[in-house]
Design a binder for this molecule. Structure first.
Ligand SMILES: Nc1ncnc2c1ncn2[C@@H]1O[C@H](COP(=O)(O)OP(=O)(O)O)[C@@H](O)[C@H]1O
Ligand SMILES: [Mg+2]
Length: 344
């Protein structure tokens, strides 16, 4: 039976404040045997000031390609935005010139990565790197930029910032390097911070400290935080809203509390079941059976259907549209009223 649920074009939005970042119907393609094929398709989400949106999904689901598109960092010959809109406080970034994107990046919108050395130059003192980042966007003296460098290192909890500003990245521990990268990203006081798996390479204690720091920065600076992770545990820790990605598409989006309490997409349910706390409870790892299809292959019906325990014939025939699941939620499942078993 195909149940209720009204079809919607975009995720419904809570109207309390206008989004700082609004992505609509974004499709990103890569060339495979000289034919452009989508690896991100019809992705829509928005993030408000002071809010954290989690973008969650297995490796290869299109999270990084989505964030690189938002940053204007897709490399020209190996990926392209084929469709959609990316607006930063109302300003359209799709189709914007390279100079304009260079101006915005690091100033209004910044990104941190899993590996701090992606952003930090190993042969340059940390303070110098922050000074350069500030002066790229602000007409300030070296002395002023240096004061800013000490200020942001202090802000992110680097002890003795006034002297550590003269250290090289290799003189910092992994956790401190991550703090330095966060400091550099915040130096120009951005509106949006994209964090792409920023704690994945860190041990659990440091991971918790960095999550605390990002939460604190979001609240104190009013950042719109787009937090990318493959871990539902991390999502539970930091996100207000969640967009779940599978095979290049957002398959479910909801407030974090709702999503954990009542997942509406079978893939979300699978991710919740795979959370480590449940492993302890159940004594086994309830992995989702099967593998996602190759990113550039288009299955006929729902991309998750081969792995879905709730599959019916129609699932393999038509690609599912987004159905609304209440005030703010959407699911890309033709059975939105399906009572899933939940994570517990
Ligand atoms: N230039 C490319 N050519 C072909 N496939 C690509 C290219 N770049 C990325 N992909 C594929 O796009 C998919 C999405 O990648 P990515 O956004 O990095 O995933 P995630 O960050 O969720 O792990 C992956 O399956 C990846 O192999
Ligand atoms: Mg990635």
């Amino acid at each position: 039976m195909i149940t209720n649920g009204s079809r919607v074009e975009q995720p419904a939005m809570n109207e309390t404040s206008a989004p700082v970042l609004a992505v609509e119907d974004l499709t990103v393609e890569v060339p495979v045997d000289r034919i452009w094929r989508p690896v991100v398709e019809q992705v829509s989400f928005s993030v408000r000031k002071g809010e954290t949106l989690g973008l969650v999904g297995e490796s290869g689901s299109g999270k990084t390609m989505t964030s690189l598109a938002v940053m204007g960092l897709l490399s020209r010959n190996s990926a392209r935005i084929a469709h959609g809109s990316i607006r930063l406080t109302g300003q359209e970034l799709v189709g914007a010139g390279r100079r304009q994107l260079d101006q915005l990046r690091g100033d209004r919108i910044a990104m941190i990565f899993q590996e701090p050395m992606t952003s930090l130059n190993p042969s340059m003192k940390i303070g110098e790197q922050i000074v350069e980042a500030v002066r790229r966007h602000r007409p300030v003296s070296r002395a002023e930029a240096r004061r800013r460098a000490v200020e942001v290192l202090d802000l992110v909890g680097v002890p003795s910032a006034a002297s550590r500003v003269n250290s090289y990245p290799h003189e910092f521990s992994g956790g401190m390097r991550q703090r330095a990268m966060i400091a550099m990203s915040l130096a120009c006081d951005p509106d949006v911070l994209i964090a792409d798996e920023p704690t994945t390479a860190l041990d659990v204690t440091i991971q918790a400290q960095i999550l605390d720091l990002l939460r604190q920065m979001r609240d104190e600076l009013g950042l719109a935080l787009l937090f990318i992770t493959h871990s539902m545990g991390v999502v539970a820790d930091i996100c207000d809203r969640v967009a779940v990605m599978y095979h290049g598409q957002v398959v479910e989006q909801a407030d974090a509390d709702d999503l954990f309490e009542r997942p509406r997409h079978p893939y979300t349910e699978g991710l919740l079941r795979a959370m480590p706390t449940l492993v302890v409870r159940e004594g086994r790892l309830p992995l989702i059976p099967g593998r996602p299809p190759q990113a550039t292959m288009r299955p006929t019906g729902c991309a998750f259907s081969p792995r879905c325990p709730y599959r019916i014939a129609a699932c393999t025939e038509v690609p599912p549209a987004l159905f609304s699941t209440g005030d703010t939620g959407v699911t890309r499942c033709i059975r939105p009223g399906l009572p899933l078993q939940g994570a517990t």
